[in-house]
Design a protein around this ligand. Sequence first.
Ligand code: KIV
Ligand code: ZN
Length: 516
Amino acid sequence: MARRIVIFDTTLRDGEQAPGASLTPPEKVEIARQLARLGVDVIEGGFPIASPGDAQAVKLIAQAVRGPVIAALARSLPKDIEAAAAALAPAKRKRIHVFLATSPIHRKYKLRKARAEILRQAVWAVTYAKRYAKEIEFSPEDASRTEPEFLHQVLEAVIRAGATTVNIPDTVGFAIPSQFGALIQGITQQVRNIDRAVISVHCHNDLGLAVPNSLAAIANGAGQVECTVNGIGERAGNASLEEIVMTLSIRKDFFKAVTGVDTTQITATSRLVSTLTGLIVQPNKAIVGENAFRHESGIHQDGVLKHAKTYEIMRPGDVGLGKSLLVLGKLSGRHAFSQRLRGLGFRLSKVEMDRAFARFKSLADKKKEIFDADLVAIVEEDLPAAQEIYKLAYVHTASGSDTVPTATIRLAREGRILEDAATGDGPVDACYKAINRLTGVTPELVDYTLQAVTKGRDAQGEVSVKIREKRVEVTGRGTSTDIIEASAKAYVNAVNKLLSSTTRRAYLGRRSAPHP
Ligand code: KIV
Ligand code: ZN
């Protein structure tokens, strides 16, 4: 039978200690509500003695959030325990989390206390906290650097005093997984009354080992893990909730352990925490990074399309993402390209597909990622205008603070190249004047809009223009990574419409098939 691992979320306490992350009480409540939807077992709402805001946040969470146990942190001091108890008063299920450092370095320099004194204070704190709550968690801070026999002595004493959970913090992220696993195993074997408490672990990520250490602890008998969404926290952060939960879920065969987390809420929770804390998730972060389910190599894309499990050990849907993203780029193959076009509703003949694929490859040489909007632009550009009287063959502009903006334009018409140049108020205006001279029309420019249809510095610009002549109004569109070229294309496109009787839109309406 699989063991049930308690997920203790400390995003709102240790996570909020991340430099630059500060949450208001209402923001904390919003995250706590989402953590309840996510299905964590315990929410550590804050450290009430630390600030009035923290005390208020814990209180609001205790009032508003039902389901998980609400915990608050306290040093092993009366005023801390009283503040935690007061903030937790409205909670239906509450836990006071008291801590006291036990390692030689903390005893000597920070607390200036001998072992016996630490032992006495820890027992006193648990006994005192027990007045206010049934569930008491005790953390010997810096446990991983504490002498094991002293650690065992402290744990046995606090359990006797009423601690229901004993948490083993790797406060400075110093532990190594096999060593940390052995520490937990030692506790299960040496602490005589350990069966009366749950062993918890709390790992920091200074060496990037917070998750491996937490998992090693679970494999060796820990029943609770403390973690944060997106792994945020002091310095390099805490163990990442999503990585632990998904590892337990995907490798149930190995850990034989389950959690109560609804993994489909992971993405939404990660995004909320990132938005409210302002801490951006690195793109390659496991589970919740932007690239976590994206495949760029052509070989991988082909494999995923044939069978997702070739390159995906979990489905994007497992963590609440819609679908995996095959990032189209210069390494992408025809299979992924045509599949995406079908998804966008395009049915192309072989010849059209060849042309579109060639255009895609040449765009991919200039642009790292090709988005759906790029693809639509590629396909639509390749479809002939209702009557493509003129085609833009060449555009060159010169402009600058001391230069009169000038454009040279070449248009192709029935196999002939026509060329002219003009000056204007700016390079786009100069282009339009040159096109007017070449085509013999002088429409009024009613509207001009430029937008990036894709992201990044190498984005494709899409220009839409509306022109009017003799009360006939038409629009034109052009896309390019060069906005002057996009502007010229849009204008030529509109002029063609003005000069022809049918519209390109009607043609497109017939060409695009519905989504499969
Ligand atoms: O890292 C740590 O030791 C802590 C304790 C208060 C549990 O955050
Ligand atoms: Zn911590």
